[in-house]
Design a binder for this molecule. Structure first.
Ligand SMILES: CC(C)(COP(=O)(O)OP(=O)(O)OC[C@H]1O[C@@H](n2cnc3c(N)ncnc32)[C@H](O)[C@@H]1OP(=O)(O)O)[C@@H](O)C(=O)NCCC(=O)NCCS
Length: 182
């Protein structure tokens, strides 16, 4: 398990799947805003790549996020689009509704940076998020990500086009443990 100050990132367990499906992926608004693709219902037992144990796709590394103290599941996180030639990857995360706004997101980004830069030897990490997703923008910026551009009207979300912000962090600019969170 990878450890931050408050969260652990571990492998997906079968027990996590019904919770993530019900609390995250069955939420049409959250899924539509966070996924970059249209919401679809997920049949229990289906091999949805967001919910499989032992995902064999090498370019994507999914984690379940737990509270370090209690071990309780608080969300999901992934390094995806891993490109070993250009040594870059994307970061994605989603917390259960009850776990949001308590500092976990900032800590998850910190742990994913450690995984990307130290464990995988990457040079660049990237995040795309909706321009009004303040919590995601701040979680990234706390860890040193900088806004590199606005992708105008790039996301179709429930009836309207929204802007996305592209944020990047290079390994030489990364300062581990500098996000100001305990
Ligand atoms: C985005 C998300 C991962 C952020 O994690 P979080 O644990 O809620 O965020 P944190 O508690 O670490 O807060 C980070 C910052 O955002 C601020 N913040 C948190 N929730 C906020 C909200 N609802 N509105 C405005 N600011 C908010 C915090 O005050 C903090 O700011 P600071 O660094 O200036 O002190 C989480 O809210 C989430 O899972 N949201 C739904 C799914 C999603 O949007 N995923 C990202 C898709 S790209």
């Amino acid at each position: 398990m990878l450890r931050g100050s408050t969260v652990g990132l571990r492998a997906r367990h079968e027990d996590d799947i019904p919770i993530l499906r019900t609390e995250l992926y069955d939420d049409v608004v959250n899924a539509s805003r966070a996924e970059g693709s249209p919401w679809r219902p997920i049949t229990p037992g289906s091999r949805d790549p967001r919910l499989v144990v032992d995902d064999p796709v090498e370019a994507r590394v999914p984690f379940s996020v737990v509270d370090l103290e209690s071990g309780a599941l608080v969300g999901t996180a992934a390094l995806w689009g891993i490109d070993n030639h250009n040594r870059s990857a994307h970061i994605g995360l989603g917390l259960l509704p009850s776990a949001r706004g308590r500092g976990y997101g900032t800590d998850v980004v910190a742990v994913l940076c450690h995984y990307g830069f130290v464990v995988r030897g990457l040079q660049r990490l990237q995040i795309e998020t909706l321009a009004d997703n303040t919590a995601m923008l701040r979680s990234a910026e706390r860890n040193g990500f900088v806004r590199e551009g606005v992708l105008r009207s790039s996301a179709w979300v429930l009836g309207e086009f929204l802007d996305e912000v592209l944020l990047g962090l290079l390994v030489q600019d990364w300062k581990p443990n500098a996000n100001g969170k305990p």
